[in-house]
Write a protein that binds this ligand. Structure first.
Ligand code: AOS
Ligand code: ZN
Ligand code: ZN
Length: 385
């Protein structure tokens, strides 16, 4: 049985810079008062989430959305506020050049441009001290025959190799997969198998990112977690929740039971401890709800799922499994899921000098009113530079 309290105290969740900015769907971006106007203000909001939760000390950056003249200065600013800069997210999807793909584009000029951007992201990592480069490719095709599926895999492999060879000793590639969108017929990295094969070919400094919103409906994500962990190829999560596709809603909002099952496999695989090298990130967009409270809610939802996973009675489960007692084994699982772990988490927060209720504490803090008064003209995610 793991030391539940120690494990919860040590848990770390990284929040994404873009989740603090305005966002929306292809139909409308709704502006909210008080959202950050530049990367510095995004960091300040992330530091606020950490101040109330105590478990979110790192922020994922997006390049070039978070481009600044001096990344060293941004890193120092973050440090002053008690947080550090985490994973660097590349962007090879927003330029007109990428209409037919980035690193898999049939045009070698575009491939060169995309690969150069990924190399520039490693330069950013050198400046910020970030260890991880997260690669998500929007590359794919919309119509059968549009491009050669197999050649696109070769182009992808060549670009990944070039970037991999540029990594420092302590740096990693985190390769993200996504079933569809924006491409609707083929996607060049559509699933964990494709991401796994490419990272395996690259070597030990390449691992897979599981974004929980990037699968076909009904996919058993916890199986993927268990499999990749067993192969030492799970590098990170992009947590969010979804009802339909890549909805990017708050983690744990749509399906808390799925989040619990995922966290159980993490606990089972000994991968909760930050020392195991798995980065637990959020990748969300808060289109209609207030951003900072939504991120605090996502963090506490993950904490609750984790606490439930930690209190699964491992001995009782192993005994039931060994006896082939299907119902008893399932009951052990459901007992943990049905437990109310909020008092335990409140106690742990109080022990750490935090307010036991981060939601109420944030509300009382006056931070929301302060940013509304001070920040006029907040930016949209993607135009935050
Ligand atoms: C896109 O669907 C992916 O989830 C990316 O991880 C991420 O949202 C993107 O890199 C941020 O723009
Ligand atoms: Zn993602
Ligand atoms: Zn996504």
């Amino acid at each position: 049985m793991p030391d539940v309290r120690a494990a919860l105290r040590a848990q770390r969740i990284e929040t994404p810079s873009w989740a603090y900015a305005n966002s929306g769907t292809r139909f409308k971006v709704f502006s909210q008062a008080g959202v950050p106007r530049d990367p510095y203000e995004k960091i300040a909001d992330a530091a606020t989430v950490h101040r109330f939760t105590g478990v979110a000390p790192t922020v994922s950056l997006h390049y070039p959305w978070d481009a600044v003249d001096d990344f060293g200065k941004l890193a120092a600013y973050a440090q002053d506020l008690g947080v550090t800069l985490g994973v660097v997210n590349s962007n090879v999807f927003q330029d007109d050049d990428y209409k037919l793909g980035s690193v898999t584009n049939p045009d070698p000029r575009v491939r060169r441009k995309a690969t150069d951007h990924l190399l520039a992201c490693v330069d950013v990592m050198d400046a910020t001290g970030s260890q991880d480069l997260k690669l998500w490719f929007s590359d794919g095709t919309n119509y059968p025959g549009q491009d050669d599926i197999r050649s696109r895999q070769d182009r992808l492999a060549a670009a990944l190799r070039e970037v991999y060879d540029r990594l420092g000793d302590d740096q990693r590639i985190l390769l993200e997969y996504k079933l569809f969108e924006p491409a609707f017929y083929t996607t060049d990295v559509p699933d964990w198998g494709t991401a796994y094969a490419h990272t395996l070919e690259l070597g030990p400094k390449a691992q897979v990112v599981i974004d929980t919103g990037h699968h076909a409906p009904g996919t058993n994500i916890e199986f993927i977690v268990a499999f990749l962990l067993r192969q030492a190829k799970l590098g990170a999560f992009d947590f969010n929740s979804r009802f339909y596709a890549d909805d990017d809603l708050m983690a744990g909002a749509a399906d808390p039971f799925q989040l619990f099952r995922i966290m159980y496999e993490i606990v089972r695989g000994g991968a909760l401890d930050p020392a195991s090298g798995i980065t637990f990130m959020l990748d969300q967009c808060h289109n209609i709800e207030a951003k900072i409270p939504a991120i605090i809610r996502s963090v506490t939802n993950i904490q609750e799922a984790t606490a439930k996973a930690l209190i699964v009675d491992g001995d009782a489960l192993a005994a039931a499994q060994a006896q082939g007692d299907v119902l008893a084994a399932n009951a052990v699982f459901m007992d943990a899921f049905s437990s109310d772990v909020r008092p335990l988490l409140a106690e742990i927060r109080a022990e750490q000098g935090l307010d036991p209720d981060p939601h109420a504490a944030y509300k009382r803090s006056g931070y929301a009113e302060k940013i509304v008064a001070e920040r006029i003209g907040g930016v949209q995610a993607g135009w935050g530079a």
